[in-house]
Design a protein around this ligand. Sequence first.
Ligand code: HEM
Ligand code: SF4
Length: 566
Amino acid sequence: MHRYDQYDQTIVDERVAQFRGQTERYLAGQLSEEEFRPLRLQNGLYIQKHAPMLRVAIPYGLLSSTQVRMLAHIARKYDRGYGHFTTRQNIQYNWPKLEQVPDILADLASVEMHAIQTSGNCIRNTTSDQFAGIAHDELIDPRPYAELIRQWSTFHPEFAYLPRKFKMAVNGAREDRTGTLFHDIGIHAVKTASGDVAFNILVGGGLGRTPILGHVVYEALPKEHLFTYLDAVLRVYNRFGRRDNLYKARIKILVKEMGLDKFRAEVEAEWAHLKDGPSTLTQAEIDRVSEHFVDPAYEKLSAINAEFEKHQLESKAFARWVSRNVFGHKQPGYAAVTLSLKKTGVPPGDATDAQLDAVADMADQFSYGEIRVSHEQNIILADVKIGELFTVWQRAKAIGFATPNIGLLTDIISCPGGDFCSLANAKSIPVAEAIQRRVEEKLGDLDYLFDIGDIAINISGCMNACGHHHVGHIGILGVDKHGEEFYQVSIGGSQGLDAALGKVIGPSFAQDEMADVVEKLITTYVDLRHEDELFLDTVKRVGIEPFKARVYDRKAVHNVAEVTNV
Ligand code: HEM
Ligand code: SF4
């Protein structure tokens, strides 16, 4: 994985020192609230419901075991013993004390981490595929490019104050596991006919208040032009983006209002000044960064391991876990393991200090000391020998990370919602828990849960869409109705290359109705599905009407009447 050079380390250390001074001056009353605000936001520090909230960047979701141990240490020493992994491959601490934040940042800097650009109207942490470098369907390893983008975007002098936040994702596989279609810029690394690396650049996607899927603005951009082209796109956005209206400030609105062709033409005009200039990406630079992402020293193993096969035959529980939480690896005899952070009753994405320490130990022992986090808010050990999967499973079970539910009904993606976030209309975490509990009560039979198959439930506590509710197969959105918390439900959303935005099924529901609603959606699907048809495909085939009919059929009439149009 990438290591800081002296430039990276120096800027991060200097930033810690600056922020220490700023915090001290603020606490001494020498800086006003207003003066301090942009300074703290530039270091990922929000003021939230109960306390400050610190968002720490995990570039493209990659961590070393040393870094994970430091995250555990921070959770233990400065917080309440846990951290929250987000849908953008960051980790958030909900309870740091303001006066201790400079110490936290210093601790982070000691392991090549920081909280710079995790907030504010700048280029945020760039995300990527959690299976980068190991996936069977990978065309190009996206990590060197994601790292080059990190270097290009950190403290980019021109793009520190964009009209609005700016999010990018890089994908290099046939399947898109990074949600490129709903990012401000999505990048697909592809191979040209002559075997060169090129990029399909997508622009103008985003969720939030106005969800829009991105469009290809440049197809097969030769790799040397990556940064001159990105500079051109950002310049056009910086110049024409709506600074006058917060709700129209994202690039998706600019692209929509301008039209893709006009936007492309503006970018081309800007690019004409930049193309082949000093920001042209050289092969030497790609090689320099790529060196950090060479394969670990894999052993030559057979793709078949007798012990592994035996364990699967002997333990149904292990076989189940393998079928959901283990992902194929390009290297024979290896596999990637997803540790589920979605145990019933635990807020999705939360991990305790003890769990993080245990994960770091597991990574050292079984996965070359490396850990990844996914935008689905789970943790991945990417390079496990299949002969060791049984031990890894047992170790994961011991820390509560072996729930065999990846991609299933209980692997719920959720923002922190009203329990922590001051922008929330409604709570998210209790809804996730109610659904998980209902599934366990009613479908306690795991076979049934497995039979229902892939379903993504995504929950956001407000229209900002931090829980990606628009692209959930079932999306749940917290809405405020006369000061009360309600939930709007959509179905049919999906991520991936054919990403779609879900359709709202009708009037919203009270919190205590949500488990019923989800249950009805599932039973409708079970009644209607063709053999082997997934929930999403049934929705695509029959539309939302049959689901709507069933969900509202037995619903108390007064609710339907009261809460229309939310
Ligand atoms: C202090 C807590 C948080 C605050 C104040 C906050 C604020 C916001 C706001 C205002 C937006 C809408 C931006 C826009 O449309 O211009 C947004 C979007 C988003 N946030 Fe958060 N957020 C918080 C926590 C989180 C968490 C915990 C996650 C992940 C679980 C997250 C991930 C996202 C994502 C994925 C989006 C959608 C991006 C898009 O527009 O496409 N945020 N957030
Ligand atoms: S979706 Fe709303 S409630 Fe949830 S974290 Fe984002 S801003 Fe907060």
